[in-house]
Design a protein around this ligand. Sequence first.
Ligand code: FAD
Length: 420
Amino acid sequence: MAERLTRDDTVEVILLEQGPTAADDADLELAMLPVGPASDRVTHHRSTGGLTLPRGRGPGGSSAVNGGYFMRWHDDDFAGWDRSWDLDAIAAAYTDIDGGVGGGGAMSVRRFADAELTPIASEFENHWAEIGYDRVDSVIPRVGVNRVRSNSRGSHRMPADRAYLWPARGRTSLTVRAGARADRLHVDGARVRGVVLDTGETIVADETILCAGTLASAALISRSTGTASTRRIGEHRELLVRYRPRDDVGARMPLLPTVLHTEDGMEIRCYNGDFARYIDGVEPTGSAIGIALMKPRAAGALVIEAGGAQQVDLGDIDPQDLVQMRSWGERVAEMLADRRFATLLDADSVTVDDDVLTSQHAWGSMPMGGVTDVNGAFLGLDGLRVIDGSILPGPGSSGPHATLMMTASVIAARLASERF
Ligand SMILES: Cc1cc2nc3c(=O)[nH]c(=O)nc-3n(C[C@H](O)[C@H](O)[C@H](O)COP(=O)(O)OP(=O)(O)OC[C@H]3O[C@@H](n4cnc5c(N)ncnc54)[C@H](O)[C@@H]3O)c2cc1C
């Protein structure tokens, strides 16, 4: 948003980020996610069910710490979006960001190479292809085996700040202030007139854009207006099938190189290794294949007190969804028992978890067309816009990162051209 708006040098933007410094190259290694219990690159939230919910902290936000999977959504995921979001405009914005078929774009996107798959991940692709799923060779994913596209250069993640803010560093109309935590909005009647930092400093603005993420933006609004709220959130819950590989060949490989998208809305994720290898401070539990519920029927809730304290409740999984997830868990366990995997893993080690975990994708607390308008303007307070995961109006068949950036890009372009 900041980069796009300051292409017009008559627009002055001050970007406030609570985290202290930009990630360095060591933090950006694809083979490491700096999100463990001791990491200072994340804010550590917790769900009411006891799951840890780290969120990126520092320029680039979660894009600087995430898995580096950067996939578009399926075309039909936008069916419920307002008509002003037409597929051509969406595709053009994605292409600016991911470079389209040839890759590249602002976020330096590429398709993971064969050499970035462990032998187990290669056999995963072969298995589903042999039983009839297409190997999808398109920039727009669809049902079938989809090789993951990644925002990375070589073995490093490309975070949003490097992609957008670094090239704009010379602009006098753009100020980036790290270590600046917004305590509350500066609210004057029904109008937001800027932000008050936790140091007490007030920054006055004609328009304030909240990009604090799904787990922070709504609480900031409640804290500022002194109103409690309960907001629905979506999440891609995930069931893990674990196994022990015979050889640990995936060291320094990206976390997630290939996925199967199913006709019933699952993303079957073939991870390259144990999460403990990628995240400091996590106990080894075996390598895993994830069954992620991409189109959940049930929602969770952010329960926010008037003072801004909140509980993150990921909610119960709809019983029908749970049956589907468990059935896919069994299919994946059967696949791993197939003779093609016999030399690659210890068949006796295959187990399906009892507990369902999370993908760290929470979205939709202030959806466009509900709490915000089609351009993220917050309904009920003038001068305030929300542009982050909070405004996604529904779930996608792929992870949210690429689509959030596309959404911000389209809205920024509309703001710049004042077309609405
Ligand atoms: C560990 C992890 C792995 C993930 N892996 C993937 C993946 O591989 N692919 C994918 O598609 N998605 C992935 N996601 C999800 C994706 O990264 C997020 O959905 C997306 O980055 C969210 O963007 P956002 O702009 O909503 O918020 P964020 O990226 O969370 O950014 C919010 C920013 O606001 C700042 N902030 C918050 N409060 C304040 C305040 N009061 N004052 C000042 N600054 C503040 C934060 O420090 C942060 O920098 C992952 C997420 C996590 C956490």
